[in-house]
Design a binder for this molecule. Structure first.
Ligand SMILES: [Zn+2]
Length: 222
């Protein structure tokens, strides 16, 4: 997989600090699974975040902490194991984060018509969950179909899983991540050949930018 479009370093560090919304975080997780370069940055962020945390919490462990942890490990799981997650969709291997979300929902469900040439499977919010304007879905775009300007009021993140699309920023192929803000107007068009399947999230107008991630950025000199 040759990846040419990556999330910003700030986004990778936000993800490493656990400060992203589940929907946009899932798209970054899908990219990280495919991208060793960003995984290395995320690991560095996690390590620095961990050492900051240690510096902030100097309390010693309780003397029986290890025994308690071991006892918890010995306990049987309180719920029966869920059925295995669906690994493939239309012959395309799904990122682990999508498999886990589908497992929680009891399956992926089926493609639903969204617009001519465009189908969608909703992943977040989960059924019954509070709606906060942030959504995560799988999109299948027929070859040659343009995604009309889709009312971004916030940020959008898209990771390609199969096929490809092209917009003003270039061509996006499997593993590539497109990160666009409200100032960007773009009209992605699925390339000829096979349908383009993507994992796509849009967040609420105010995107959370963590202080911890900014601190890590300054420590790391980005
Ligand atoms: Zn990357």
């Amino acid at each position: 997989m040759s990846i040419t479009h990556h999330p910003t370093e700030a986004t990778v560090l936000d993800h490493a600090a656990g400060r992203m919304h589940a929907a946009t975080g899932a798209v970054v997780a899908a990219h990280l699974q495919a991208c060793p370069q960003c995984r290395a940055l995320a690991r560095m962020g996690e390590a620095i975040g961990g050492s900051l945390l240690e510096a902030l919490t100097p309390e010693a462990m309780a003397p029986d902490a290890l025994a308690v942890a071991m006892a918890l490990l010995d306990r049987p799981a309180p719920v029966p194991p869920a059925p295995p997650p669906p690994a493939l969709l239309d012959g395309v291997e799904l990122p682990r984060v999508v498999q886990r979300l589908a497992q929680r929902r009891g399956g992926l469900g089926r493609w639903r018509w969204l617009a001519p040439g465009i189908q969608r499977i909703s992943l977040l919010p989960e059924p019954g969950a509070r709606r906060d304007g942030t959504v995560l879905y799988l999109l299948k775009i027929a070859p040659g179909t343009a995604i009309p300007e889709h009312g971004h009021h916030g940020h959008e993140m898209v990771c390609v899983l199969a096929g490809s699309f092209t917009d003003a920023l270039g061509q996006f192929r499997p593993g590539d991540l497109a990160e666009t803000g409200p100032e960007v107007e773009h009209t992605p068009v699925a390339d000829a050949g096979t349908s383009c399947i993507c994992l796509s999230a849009t967040d609420a107008p105010l995107r959370f930018r963590s202080r911890a991630a900014r601190l890590m950025q300054s420590v790391m000199g980005y």
